[in-house]
Design a protein around this ligand. Sequence first.
Ligand code: SF4
Length: 331
Amino acid sequence: MGRLSGMRPFTYVRATAVRDAVAGVADHPGATFVSGGTDLLNLMKDSAQIHEHVVDINALPLATIDIQPGGPARIGAVARMRDVAEHPAVRSTLPVLAEALLGSASPQVRNMASIGGNLLQRTRCGYFRDAGTPCNKREPGSGCPALTGENRWHAVLGGSEHCIAVHPSDLAVALLALDATVISTGPDCERRTPLNEFYLLPGQTPDRENVLNHGELIVGVEVPTTPLAARSRYLKVRDRATFEFAVVSVAAAVELRGRQVQDVRLAFGGIATRPWRAFAAEDALRGRELTDDVLVAAAAEVVRGATPREQNAFKTELAQRATVDVLRALR
Ligand code: SF4
């Protein structure tokens, strides 16, 4: 039985086989997996998330980082953020991924936090993390005070009248721009989910953030290593230069033929309720030269249809400027 100050009692087991880890969570309605624990334990201490049983997955053989020439990168779910960010082949073939990881969290957190856990971290919305306030994501049906309250950090895209919280992962934004696939295994399934289909919009059920079922474990991610991926950048705009979540971030990958865009990916953090792919902006860039006029026009597509709130309207302008800046660096 583990117990920390302010934390409710829970039982703990350390799994040594994937099958046992999955069964250990699937068989307990209040159970969850833990790896680095850098987000989960804070949520449990604050009672923003309550679990009666925790299954430690750190002993599972899921820490490998495998990049063979010409093949996809395969990164295990319990590989540490630091190890992935500093891997020479990641830095050379998937620079946007290394940059996003190095721009995330503190060195201490990067030493502990895992790739799978990073993808499943919860929103930084202050109401969600304060168990004393209503929040539809934490307690469905209780309301969303952010709609009219503190919403400087919140989403301008993908929100609903039930939730406008942004997803906080830099890693997920980079993986989205790289066409990554999430590999998971559950009691009755093994499946591969394109990252673009992994996260759900809040709609009427903001408590459900991704397609995973209870007891389904992320075992790794697979990332194509393409010319597009090799020419990629991550730009993160934040309130201070260290250990801070994105106000706006953009992951961009561009493949040029001569001066024309052969292919392009643009994904955003900080502006939407899930990592956000800007398909219309990509369409505005394909086949074009990256002149300033083309960049500005594409950037306008990123925020078309945005719904700013009282405190976060600045994000629509900031996202466009970030788009132009990152694409200038890639032309
Ligand atoms: Fe909760 Fe979402 Fe509203 Fe934040 S924005 S208070 S997470 S429902």
